[in-house]
Each structure stands twice: as structure tokens, then as C-alpha cells.
Write a protein that binds this ligand. Structure first.
Ligand code: DX5
Ligand code: ZN
Length: 227
């Protein structure tokens, strides 16, 4: 598996989600769906019924990022709705191991996300339970924020943990990922890149995805192959 790009529809036209997914389908690996509950983050987006319809019309698998409280209770319904990957925040989960196992038992990829201030080291022993670790590079809640390069040492530390244990775990970065920041993320060890405004703010979304992919691949330990 090489570098993967997961454009976030947070910056897309919500009145035409099917069309917005079709725009990125030729170039992207995933569609990143940001689910927000106005409690875990100060913003509100969509829930499982919309994810279910998106999964039905999308040519790409859905990468669902849950920014919601009580993830243990709600995350499984997003697997049922047809997501390919479900990522919950560790800060919003009472039993992350149980939840990750539950998601895997539902045959979706289990992801766990960390806010910028949450360290990775306390979760080192938990990593084999996961398919993806999401390291937020902005405070979650909104698109279009500036990249926090203070997270890069954590990306590096996570990559070392993955290497040291020889794990098959993807490391995703999300927030402020664009042409000028993606190289540093790739160099630090990320392999799945979420980009919202950098893709949907561009005239040619597919071209912007290819540019991001090239920028990442040139600095990645993985090479250029897509999913
Ligand atoms: C932020 C979301 C991100 C967001 C990224 O809380 O989780 O997925 O869409 O948007 P950009 O790429 O514009 O920072
Ligand atoms: Zn996200």
C-alpha cells in the first residue's frame, strides 16, 4: 500500500454530495466524512443516515471520522451504514480496545484519532488492535485551519512505534494538509492524507489530489502507488 489521499467533504457543496464525490472519484482513494455532534467539537454535520446514502452512491470507500461524544455507543452504527473505515476519538471512548474489536468484527477498518494535545505513548500497547491511527494536525471541528507543525514529532514517534512492532497500521494526518505541508507529514511517517479545503477549494479537484499525492510520495518511505 502506497500513499493514500482521502479528501474531506467538509469543504464540499453539501447540497450536492453525490456530485462532489464523483468529482474526486477518479483520483482519490477514500472519501473522508467528518461526523460532528456539536458536543465533542463546536460544530454539527451529518449522521448515519447520510453516511448510508453516501455509501450507496459513492464509487470510493468511506473513511468516516467521528468527532462525537460516547463513541462506544454510536460508532458501530457507522459500520452498519456502509463505511469502509470508522475512526473514533480516544478522548471520547470509555473502552477503546473493546470498540476497536467491535468495529473489526463488523468487517470495517478500525481507526483511532488523537487530538493535537493527546500523546501517543500511552496507547502504544493498543496499536495492534487498530488498522489506522489518526493524528489530528488541527484542533478538530472546522475545515480551513492552519496546520499545526507541533504535531510532527508525534507523527515521527508513531511511525517509530509501528516500525518497532512491525505493525500493519496506517498513520493518517488530518487538518491543514496542503501542497506546502504534505511533504513534512510524509517525511515524518504519515501515509494517509486527509485534505478538505486543498481539494475542494481547487478548480480541478482531481489535479489537486494528484499534486498532493506526488508531494507526499516524493517524501514517503512507501513510494507512489495508490490504493
Ligand atoms: C477537521 C476535520 C477535517 C477537515 C480538514 O476537524 O476533521 O477533516 O475537513 O479540512 P482542511 O483540510 O481544510 O484543514
Ligand atoms: Zn476529519
Amino acid at each position: 500500500m502506497g500513499v493514500q489521499i482521502s479528501p474531506s467533504i467538509l469543504s464540499a457543496d453539501w447540497a450536492d454530495l453525490a456530485g462532489e464525490v464523483a468529482r474526486i472519484a477518479p483520483a482519490a482513494d477514500w472519501v473522508h466524512v467528518d461526523v460532528m455532534d456539536n458536543h465533542f467539537v463546536p460544530n454539527l454535520t451529518v449522521g448515519a443516515p447520510v453516511v448510508e446514502r453516501l455509501a450507496a452512491v459513492s464509487a470510493l470507500p468511506l473513511d468516516v471520522h467521528l468527532m462525537i461524544e460516547d463513541a462506544d455507543r454510536w460508532a458501530p452504527s457507522y459500520a452498519e451504514a456502509g463505511a469502509g473505515s470508522v475512526t473514533f476519538h480516544v478522548e471520547a471512548s470509555a473502552a477503546p480496545v473493546r470498540l476497536a474489536r467491535e468495529l473489526r468484527a463488523q468487517h470495517v477498518r478500525a481507526g483511532m484519532a488523537l487530538r493535537p494535545a493527546t500523546p501517543v505513548e500511552p496507547y502504544a500497547d493498543l496499536l495492534p488492535e487498530l488498522d489506522m491511527l489518526l493524528l489530528m494536525t488541527v484542533e478538530p471541528g472546522f475545515g480551513g485551519q492552519s496546520f499545526l507543525d507541533l504535531v510532527l514529532p508525534k507523527v515521527r514517534a508513531a511511525r517509530e512505534l509501528v516500525k518497532g512492532r512491525d505493525l500493519d497500521l496506517w498513520i493518517q494526518v488530518d487538518g491543514g494538509v496542503a501542497d506546502d505541508t504534505i511533504a513534512a507529514c510524509a517525511e515524518a511517517g504519515a501515509d494517509v492524507f486527509v485534505a478538505g479545503s486543498a481539494v475542494y477549494g481547487a478548480e480541478d479537484a482531481a489535479a489537486s489530489i494528484e499534486r498532493l499525492r506526488d508531494g507526499a510520495a516524493r517524501h514517503s518511505h512507501l513510494g507512489a502507488a495508490s490504493a
